[in-house]
Ligand binder design. Structure first.
Ligand code: GRF
Length: 187
């Protein structure tokens, strides 16, 4: 069984990246971690794991230039799977069409509820009793592609927003790792 090549796109902390790095018996190789933020902590996590990194700072380029640079980089990397793990830029349609059925995204709610930014806060404010996380294929509409996997998280009376956030992140780490491993078998 050959190992599959994965590129992970991040913008910040990279705790989900860390979960994919730490997964035992990996059937995939993370060939590059790409960030739109030069200071993203996730880039340090990648370096400590000896994974090549690339930063294309979204502040230094126009949207058009950024999109073109990202597209070229990912074409050159020629990965089997592109994992958006806390990547906060909206991808261009050209990018999405170029990697049809190769991009997955992680979102901290049970989609289609609470799309967009601050999904955990949105669920908290709405007072729902169950929320969770979703992994889906990326299409041209934000947080709307075909769902691959979901995991529910109950909101209990002892939760604070901070505790709930931590519990959802813990759930994301497990779900993302298992989905990436599973998809790596199916290419
Ligand atoms: C995760 O909650 C993910 O669902 C959202 O951004 C967060 C990234 O966290 N898209 P981290 O950078 O992996 O710690």
């Amino acid at each position: 069984m050959t190992s599959k090549n994965i590129v992970v796109l991040i913008s910040g902390n990279g705790s989900n990246l860390q979960a994919i790095i730490d997964h035992k018996a990996r059937n995939y190789e993370i060939i590059c971690v790409v960030s739109d933020q030069e200071e993203a902590y996730g880039l340090s996590r990648a370096k400590w794991a000896n994974i090549p990194t690339q930063a294309i700072s979204s502040n230094k380029f126009s949207k058009k230039e950024f999109d073109a640079l990202l597209l070229k980089l990912l074409i050159d990397l020629n990965a089997d799977l592109i994992v958006l793990a806390g990547f906060m830029k909206i991808l261009s349609n050209t990018f999405i069409n170029s990697f049809d059925s190769k991009i997955i995204n992680l979102h901290p709610s049970l989609l289609p509820s609470f799309q967009g930014a601050n999904a955990i806060q949105q669920a908290w404010d709405a007072g729902v009793k169950i929320t969770g996380c979703t992994i889906h294929w990326v299409n041209a509409q934000v947080d709307s592609g075909k769902i691959i996997a979901q995991e529910a998280v109950q909101i209990t009376k002892d939760d604070t927003l901070e505790i709930l956030t931590r519990r959802i992140h813990d759930t994301e780490h497990k779900l993302l790792t298992s989905v990436v491993a599973e998809l790596s078998y199916s290419f």
